[in-house]
Design a protein around this ligand. Structure first.
Ligand SMILES: Cc1cc2nc3c(=O)[nH]c(=O)nc-3n(C[C@H](O)[C@H](O)[C@H](O)COP(=O)(O)OP(=O)(O)OC[C@H]3O[C@@H](n4cnc5c(N)ncnc54)[C@H](O)[C@@H]3O)c2cc1C
Length: 382
């Protein structure tokens, strides 16, 4: 049973802030293919990242429900999916550090993220993103007790703009179980951040390569244990997965309101198109999907925070629905607006942005795989 809900006052506050920042700059940032760092700073200064973080780390001592409420506000008020994808990456990194960081790691890295620096989580390489065990980035230990990390990451959200990153690599000398997470300052010597990749959408959430050439990483900047990277990353990106669901619902809310209004204005066959049942069906299908996604995501957040056994399964359900619902909702707009929807503009942009969500954060197929595996393991545990 869900024990908390997101706070409407926080939602409204961040909605209004995003409407006067993110929404105003989204077109320019799309054209210029960049993360909107001005809005990022303003939203950071308003304390969004502090919401779920303990006071002793500079946070405001709330919970992830508070963050979810504020994030819903940004999604609905900012109306820019890309900006929110960049926020998901940042939130995931904050949770990784809060949950698994040592006291030193938390003290050092978290305040940077709370105060406007941009974070990234870099798993994917040219060998593929679904099967992260094929990564080749690797570290060797140096005589001074540090590690030297070399490798190449691709398609990393915030990569071109990020200040720090959680990077998945290997420590071959550790033996068979060697996949490990490294906290890396992206301004360090040996790190090169590439130009934004030319994606069809989400141009305000630039993805890009991160090249690491013999980068010095102190052993205290290993997150978790050497060899513990895969388990840890699967757990920490669980939050990212459900945030996609929260994002999908809140981003589509105002769009669906506009679609509904349009069905009452636009006439066909001497009546508003909203009188035609096939049109009504499209609108209600989008609403069914949106509400299901919202509520399954709340359920997933609750399960995650309560550390219930079904948390991972629920987060994958939320992520799966997020991608499909964003696709359906934005396609509904395109269909209902007819030729106006098909003209290059806000509706085509929304659809192109939405399609990124069936791949980013783990593909739909990988969510199915996780759900099936989790179903089996929950059954065995019962
Ligand atoms: C907008 C965007 C942002 C991104 N941001 C990041 C980021 O911040 N950090 C990061 O590390 N990566 C990021 N990525 C990369 C993303 O995580 C990968 O693209 C994704 O995991 C898929 O990997 P791939 O592209 O290599 O496809 P592949 O892994 O090569 O998969 C190709 C196809 O095969 C399917 N497939 C693979 N294995 C299976 C299986 N076992 N069962 C069924 N189907 C399977 C996949 O679902 C897919 O359809 C981002 C991608 C996008 C589009």
């Amino acid at each position: 049973m869900i024990t908390h809900f997101s706070d409407p006052a926080l939602r409204t506050r961040f909605h209004d802030l995003a409407a006067t920042t993110v929404a105003k700059r989204a077109d320019d940032c799309t054209a210029e293919h960049r993360l909107d760092l001005d809005s990022w700073q303003e939203i950071s200064a308003a304390g969004i990242w502090k919401l779920p973080v303990a006071e002793e780390l500079g946070g405001s001592g709330g919970t992830w429900w508070d963050f979810a409420a504020a994030f819903e506000g940004v999604a609905a008020g900012g109306r820019d999916l890309g900006f929110c994808l960049s926020m998901v990456a940042q939130a995931g990194l904050i949770r990784s550090l809060s949950t698994y960081g040592t006291p030193d790691q938390r003290q050092y890295w978290i305040p940077r993220l709370l105060n406007g620096e941009v974070g990234a989580t870099a798993l994917t390489e040219t060998t593929g993103g679904s099967d992260v065990t094929r990564i080749k980035s690797a570290a060797t230990s140096a005589p001074d007790g540090t590690y030297r990390l070399t490798g190449h990451k691709d398609h990393i959200t915030n990569g071109p703009a990020a200040d720090l990153a959680l990077i998945l690599g290997r420590v071959p000398e550790a033996g068979k179980r060697d996949i490990t997470l490294f906290l890396v300052d992206l301004h360090a010597q040996g790190v090169t951040r590439g130009a934004p990749e030319d994606m069809m959408g989400n141009r305000t959430s630039p993805t890009g390569p991160i090249a690491l050439d013999d980068v010095r990483v102190e052993s205290r900047n290993i997150l978790g244990e050497i060899g513990g990277g895969v388990d840890l990353i699967y757990d920490t990106i669980a939050l990212d997965r459900l945030l996609y669901g929260i994002l999908a619902a809140s981003y589509l809310d105002p769009m669906l309101d506009e679609i509904l209004a349009y069905t009452q204005q636009r006439q066909a066959f001497r009546v508003p198109i909203g009188e035609h049942q096939y049109v009504q069906g499209r609108v209600t299908d989008a609403k069914f999907a949106l509400e299901s996604t919202r509520w399954v995501s709340y359920g997933a957040l609750d399960a995650l925070l309560q550390q219930r056994p079904e948390a991972s399964l629920m987060c994958s359900v939320a992520k799966y629905h997020a991608g499909e619902t964003l696709k359906l909702g934005t396609e509904t707009a395109l269909r209902v607006y007819g030729h106006l929807g098909y003209m290059e503009g806000p509706h085509t942009k929304a659809l192109k942005d939405a399609l990124g969500a069936v791949i980013a954060g783990g593909t739909a197929e990988m969510q199915r795989k996780n759900v099936f595996n989790q179903m089996r393991s929950l059954q065995h545990a019962a």
